[in-house]
Design a protein around this ligand. Sequence first.
Ligand code: MN
Length: 356
Amino acid sequence: MSPARKKAAAKSSKKSSSKPSYRRIATEEAFSTPEQMDAMREILAKTTEYHPDLFLWKIQTDPNGPVNKALLDLEGERLRIMDRDGVSMHLLSLTSTGVQMMDPDRAADVAVAANDRLAAVIQRHPDRFTGLATVPPQDPPRAIKELERAIKKLKLNGAIINSHTNGEYLSDKKYWPILEAVADLDIPLYIHPRAPIPAMAAAYRPFHLEHAIWGYQAETGLHALNLIVSGVFDQIPKLKIVLGHMGEAIPYWLYRLDWMHNIASIKFDRPKLKQRPSDYFKHNFCITTSGMNWDPVLFFCISALSADNVMWAIDYPYQESHEATEWMNKAPISEADKHKIFHGNAERVFHIKKKT
Ligand code: MN
């Protein structure tokens, strides 16, 4: 953080948020592990051509860089920043791209180690941390095995997958057993962004739009839409998906998606759905505010999806904790909605124990 930003953060926290009157549960908060860093360093060392995700991993794996330190830190600076801003809890998840760029054996090992580390830190700070399980989607049977261990034994609160795995989406039927396991365990699956595959990213590259400025949300929105039109929610009606960044632009397009999906004059080769795309989005999805600290889109999403489907998030350490907190503290919405968005919905969706 720059000195000017630090000063602003200190000033704003003094003003209103040092004594939280809300329980504030931030739901898309990243961490890393030495095992993930080592595996990504090895992949980087073997890769010569440009890869949009590895471009960022080069920055993140730099031990002298500020992101590397912030991702590996759980109980030092992170807790101090949470205290400063009045953030009650981080729902932690292994940072994108998780284990999805590793070979299947390494991916399974790094996932197990990450989930164990996560469970240990939650046990030390049960009031401050909860977490999402990392699984290796490239090996569905092992993903399911680790998912069951992470939920039943380690008591984690859901699962996370960072968009595509080797260019494939979860709408591909070979991944549906993972989605069935998610629904059977009664947990949500957070689909977090990563960059589009290199072939798709080529179109974004002239002005470097392949990352969080546009590529991430285009990639993850497409992933979510593929899931909706694949018919998976008719097959697994209990499946609950969480999207960050105010729904990765899907809410804005719901009317047009319904209209175009229903167009009678052209026969597209797509599964027939029981409901409209917007119905699945309203019933099977929740969104978080990660990295979208902006009133107009908050009002819109509450009106389109209801305040029961919106959860607060910071996207620490990639975005500023104090900015996300101050924004939601001041958001001109009802107190009841603010309680839902700050903590009530997260408690319900991620099975987080209510504070008594
Ligand atoms: Mn994020």
